[in-house]
Design a protein around this ligand. Structure first.
Ligand SMILES: [Zn+2]
Length: 321
């Protein structure tokens, strides 16, 4: 990426999600010059089919063939530093799936594979809300919580490549069971499904009537978007659930602050669409929980700039990092 003759014509990034693979091509200035998407294959032969999809997308997005481009892939799950996907809850049958090796057998050029939230962190750090920051953390608030970490100007992957799994910090050891098999992980409270759980708890006992109306009358059908809709109508009970949710988000941020001492938190993922509802209460709770607030400037809390393209853009930036 750095020397003459090694600059790829295009940098291709593909973000593999549970339902679709979303690809972009960046030019040398970091502008998105092409986009493409394909359904994520499902079923018995889905992993072979996924490699086919990635190769095809890379060929579509490449310039004069993939060999003149670099290729980065973001995948959901635990990815080793060698680009092997060890486990992925949202992809069928994944166990030690050598994404990088299988792609290298099919296409030339420089190939890198990493966790999808790590890719999103790279996008915000290099081309988004974190530009210029040497110590930042990205937290994706979606169905669960993902994360990525830049410390001292270097993307941190950890010894196994598994760094940034902030969603599985335990914040309540007797809390609700998590798909990871443990209890009370941060993402049980501070993600989109956490917001829905807090709302359903509040909706029992005939509270949150306006939120239940938004959910079609069934308290068990309440999801985060129904809480947001009622909160935008000014419903005080919905705003109280948002405030409770913001407190759980802030609790995680305060724990992460003690561990990593960042300058900036960037909040991304699906819930970033509700930034106007969450940001003020998150910052207020976080300010109240900060350890030694007199001895440090409070880390900034901002929302991500890249939205749904973050994973693909960050993946495109991986080779050469
Ligand atoms: Zn967990």
């Amino acid at each position: 990426m750095k020397g003459a003759g090694t600059v790829p014509a295009r940098r291709i990034g593909i973000d593999v999600g549970g339902t679709k693979a979303l690809g972009v091509a960046l030019d040398s200035a970091g502008r998105v010059v092409a986009e493409g998407r394909r359904p994520t294959p499902r079923g018995a032969d889905s992993l072979d089919a996924l490699i086919d999809v990635l190769v095809e997308l890379a060929q579509v997005l490449g310039h004069e063939g993939v060999a003149n481009s670099s290729l980065g892939i973001g995948v959901p799950g635990l990815v080793t530093r060698e680009g092997v996907l060890r486990a992925a809850p949202n992809l069928d049958g994944v166990a030690d799936f050598d994404v990088r090796g299988l792609l290298a057998d099919r296409v030339g050029g420089s190939i890198a594979v990493d966790n999808d939230a790590t890719c999103a962190a790279v996008a915000e750090w290099q081309l988004g809300a974190g530009v210029g920051s040497s110590d930042m953390m990205l937290i994706t608030l979606g169905t669960g919580i993902g994360g990525g970490l830049v410390a001292n100007g270097v993307l941190q992957r950890g010894v196994n490549g598994f760094a940034g799994e902030f969603g599985h910090m335990v914040v309540h050891p007797d809390g609700p069971r998590c798909p990871c098999g443990r209890r009370g992980c941060w993402e049980r409270y501070a993600s989109g499904s956490g917001l829905a759980m807090l709302a359903r708890e509040a909706a029992t006992g005939r509270r949150l009537q306006n939120v239940v109306v938004h959910a079609g009358g069934d308290p068990q059908a309440v999801r985060g978007e129904h809480v947001q809709a009622a909160a935008r109508d000014g419903d005080p009970e919905a705003l109280a659930v948002i405030d409770d949710f913001a407190r759980w988000v802030a609790l995680g941020l305060s724990n992460l602050t003690n561990a990593f001492d960042p300058e900036l938190f960037v909040l991304g993922g699906g819930l970033a669409a509700g930034a106007d509802l969450y940001l003020d209460p998150i910052v207020r709770w976080y300010a109240g929980m900060l350890y030694q607030p007199d001895l440090r400037p409070m880390p900034r809390v901002e929302f991500a700039e890249w939205g749904p393209l973050a994973g693909a853009v960050g993946a495109a930036l991986l080779p050469g990092l």
